[in-house]
Design a protein around this ligand. Structure first.
Ligand code: ZN
Length: 174
């Protein structure tokens, strides 16, 4: 176990046969494609990758990458912190044909040389896990329809306590 960065490159086939695990961090500043969706390059995500050989003799890479990033709120345009979590469900393939024959629950990890670069794999899944419309849960900027909708609902909805009180009145008057 270490909190250092994950290795730049690894041989997934060898690691799978050893049943190895990689844990470490991936700096956001080292993932420029991911950073282009964010308003800050600061921080890092925690990565865990497990390598194994499954019962169909597929070499698999599973695991997670999670952390906190800052995106631009689409309502107030201020930074909003977003918890992201990506899940990996990969199986090593050596060519397109193997990729097509994979069970649907795996994504293909095309390995053409012994070593693959780990960061782009982590980066791809993290980009897919980003919210399409980031915003503060309690953003101070409200859309105009949002406010009038709330007022209307409050007017229409009977207060549950007044309903109970009128029921109680009826019972008492019997
Ligand atoms: Zn906001």
């Amino acid at each position: 176990m270490s909190n250092g960065p994950i290795p730049k490159k690894a041989d997934p086939r060898k690691l799978a046969e050893r049943g190895a695990q990689i844990t470490g961090i991936a700096e956001i500043s080292a993932m420029p494609r991911l950073a282009s969706f964010l308003c800050s390059e600061q921080g890092a995500v925690d990565v865990t990758l497990e390598f194994a050989v499954d019962e169909q003799h597929l070499r698999t890479v599973t695991g997670t990458a999670k952390g906190q990033v800052f995106m631009t709120c689409q309502r107030c345009l201020e930074p909003v912190s977003i918890d992201i979590e990506a899940t990996f469900n990969l199986a090593v393939v050596l060519n397109d044909e193997q990729a097509r024959n994979l069970p649907r629950y795996f994504d293909p990890l095309l390995v053409e040389e012994e070593d693959v670069e780990l960061l782009p794999i982590v980066e791809d899944e993290l980009i897919l896990s980003l919210p399409s419309v980031p915003k503060h849960v309690d953003c101070s900027v409200k859309t105009s329809w949002g406010d009038s909708e709330t007022v209307r609902l409050q007017q229409e909805k009977p207060n549950p306590f007044s309903v109970l009180a009128s029921l109680k009145d009826k019972v008492d008057k019997r």
